[in-house]
Design a protein around this ligand. Structure first.
Ligand code: SF4
Ligand code: SF4
Length: 190
């Protein structure tokens, strides 16, 4: 850093209300954009079944599929009783906001960009699948119906905008939202 560089900004501690409002404008971790399923612990199955969760069990691993049926207009309809994994989940944007690497406006801008891409892609895929499925499931139906291979030159030629938007959303999911194991280890270890 040169002597004349300005010192790093000190950002204010972010409130729970702010993070909740950010999540309510996003829901990418509930609608199938980031994940296909949410693993559950066996002890939490009875109360979640009572709440009407569609729980699947494979080889002693329980989970429910996403998009989550409890997501209503970008909000969790069982917020106070949500599963342990939902309660503890913080995407990279949220972590960076809480750790004051991002300010609220920067975090909002990332979420806004990703959610607009998701909406635009959904519109471009409107002929395929219903909106109750995830954007990726919708894409799968679209690709099958069009007899195209995803990422092929033919796909890009016939659907240039869709191809670009998909690439951008995937990049954002990987780079801006999903937390890599190495990042968790580096930041969460004592
Ligand atoms: S992806 Fe991140 S910002 Fe979006 S709802 Fe989930 S935790 Fe909140
Ligand atoms: S239970 Fe709530 S927080 Fe968990 S995936 Fe469903 S909507 Fe999201």
């Amino acid at each position: 850093m040169s002597p004349s560089s300005s010192p790093p900004r000190t950002l204010p501690v972010v409130s729970n209300e702010t993070t909740q409002s950010l999540c309510q404008s996003c829901a990418l971790c509930c609608d199938g954009t980031l994940f296909g399923k949410v693993p559950l612990e066996l002890a939490e199955l009875p109360p979640l079944r009572e709440l009407g969760f569609d729980i699947l069990e494979v080889l002693e691993q329980a989970y429910f599929p996403q998009p989550c049926a409890k997501l209503v207009e970008s909000s969790c309809s069982v917020y106070s009783a949500r599963p342990k994994n939902c309660r503890g989940y913080r995407c990279k944007v949220l972590r960076r906001l809480e750790e004051r690497e991002l300010d609220v406006e920067q975090a909002r801008a990332i979420v806004q960009k990703a959610t607009s891409l998701r909406s635009t892609i959904r519109e471009l895929l409107a002929s395929a699948g219903d909106c109750a499925s995830s954007v990726w499931a919708q894409l799968e139906v679209f690709v099958k119906a069009e007899k195209l291979q995803l990422g092929s030159p033919e796909f890009s030629r016939r659907h240039p905008q869709l191809g670009k938007d998909l690439m951008m959303l995937r990049r954002m999911v990987d780079e801006e939202f999903l937390v890599k194991k190495s990042e968790v280890a580096a930041k969460d270890s004592p």
